[in-house]
Design a protein around this ligand. Structure first.
Ligand SMILES: [Zn+2]
Length: 121
């Protein structure tokens, strides 16, 4: 990986991280608003459904935030872009598409096939 590619991917992740954190802050105030409003509502079930949906998204976003943070840490430590399973370099095209990935395309495909087999039973 060239220095330029390294910086590009880092910027990509920093931008994504900032956006996710901004969104996460928004979600928190949305939730606060929801709970204030629902206190006056007779039918709170729709509100509850809405809230659990929001929380599910938030859960997924916070997982992604953690993945990005871990990837940025790997960058600092110089381990970034190496496959966790086979130790080979992950292709730059794959990193551009999914900067937080820790597996090369071969290992990822292998893992996904294994998951399919397991869930098939
Ligand atoms: Zn691999």
């Amino acid at each position: 990986m060239t220095m330029e590619e390294h910086l590009f991917l880092k910027q990509l992740m920093v931008d994504q991280l900032e956006e996710l954190q901004r969104k996460a802050d928004g979600t928190v105030s949305d939730l606060l608003l929801l709970s204030i409003h629902s206190a006056d509502e007779l039918d709170t079930s729709a509100m509850d459904a809405d809230r659990s949906f929001t929380l599910r998204i938030r859960d997924r976003e916070s997982k992604l935030i953690n993945k990005i943070k871990a990837a940025l840490r790997r960058m600092e430590e110089g381990d970034y872009g190496e496959c966790e399973m086979c130790g080979e370099d992950i292709g730059i095209a794959r990193l551009r598409a999914r900067p937080v990935t820790t597996f090369c395309i071969h290992c990822k495909t292998k893992l996904e096939n294994q998951e399919k087999i397991v869930s098939g039973f």
